[in-house]
Design a binder for this molecule. Sequence first.
Ligand SMILES: C[S@@+](CC[C@H](N)C(=O)[O-])C[C@H]1O[C@@H](n2cnc3c(N)ncnc32)[C@H](O)[C@@H]1O
Length: 455
Amino acid sequence: MDTQSLIAALSDDIALHLFPTERALLPNLDDVYELQLAFYENLILSDAELLRNGAYFAKVGETYTRHFLMCTGEPLKLPEHSSSRLKSFFEKNIFRTGYATHGLFPYRGKFHPQMIKGILNTMGLKPGDIVLDPMMGSGTVPVEAALMGINFVGVDASPFCRFMTQTKFDALTMSLARVKGALNNHEEIFKYFQKQVGKPAPGSKARPRYPARGYMAVMEPAAEYVTSGDRKPLSKADHETANTYAFLLLAYLDSAGYAERSGRKSPLEQFRAVLERYVFVAEKIQSVLGSVESDLGSGQILEGDARDLPLDAESIDGIVFSPPYSFAIDYLANDSFHLDFLGVDSVKLRGKMIGLRGRKLAEKFTLYQEDMSKVLSECARVLRKRRFCTIVVGTNNNQLSKVLGVPPDEVPGLHQLLVESAVPHGLRLVKMLSRPITGISNTMRREYIVILVRK
Ligand SMILES: C[S@@+](CC[C@H](N)C(=O)[O-])C[C@H]1O[C@@H](n2cnc3c(N)ncnc32)[C@H](O)[C@@H]1O
């Protein structure tokens, strides 16, 4: 090719071949799987749908997308002493994570919410449909679905996950007056929570009583309701009280974990910094939602077992979930402080947790496969025919190579095992995308987005 032709080739842009000029991509889109999801969104969504629910576009014509508006504006307030690595992570991922109430608790193994938005669009889900995440963890799917006007059912075996997800969902709409007021009483609130740590012993639900004075008058009645998981209908005022308590408690549990890990600030200072950030995040998304037609999806957030879902057959329009990556993360050990605080019997819970059942690695792996087959069977049962079930999963090759006695590069990926295991339940593979895992502390380098269709 001569120089003139080379210059002409270099002046071209791949996006111009894939997308109409009036649909402008977001700037930080740099992985191939993101381009693929953007490509599907462009094929599937009308202009109005792209503006309302697109994940990878900044503008249609002169109008900004809702995703762009939710992610930009005043940047997320990180604690002053945050490392430059953390700051650059949030800058790089401005459109991927941390927006709305997704950033409220750093749960391990959490989805990138932007990817979930792209996947929900790719599965053809529309406002008013119902999506299920049978292992919702920190609630990325319920919160993202709600933002898109899609209804949801979120299930997790862990009561802490139920509490966390409910709190993140409620924070999208709750009155923030009292949590803002709490910033002036943060020491009293911190001490209140601190006194509750370790009491009662795990397994018991009884809580010590304190005289209901001042701010404590908000805390005491709400504590019982929020931690019991009993979501009986409440009056508007009581609901607000419960929301305030839950919001403060999530900030406290988050800061306690943070203080343990970093130790740079006192736990009290840490609590104040986390609470300030929570209030900032909630105010920001509420102000965006206030400026657009706010039509949030609604649904159920349940503590339950993905192997035995409390749902009717063919009642769900789409499923998205990420199972534990065999036994790569011990979610109970990670969350022990939080579970103890909620009075959860961790021994009993361990028996339900997929990936944690069994003693030796080989037994754990066998039980994992059996459990996942039951989950897939349940997914097939509750999903409507011709609808999609998407699984995001990666493999810890080093761990599995020990169990299977084969070299790490010959280990079958969990994505392959799950695809095979899904077939007898009537779930067939339609598409597989792969995405790199970039976190420094993660030993896994790649995970898969597996899209199955129900026969
Ligand atoms: C990889 S995490 C999911 C993270 C989630 N996608 C998010 O965005 O936060 C897997 C989840 O499966 C849950 N889990 C394990 N066994 C379960 C079971 N039998 N039923 C329901 N959930 C279970 C764990 O508590 C954990 O939260």
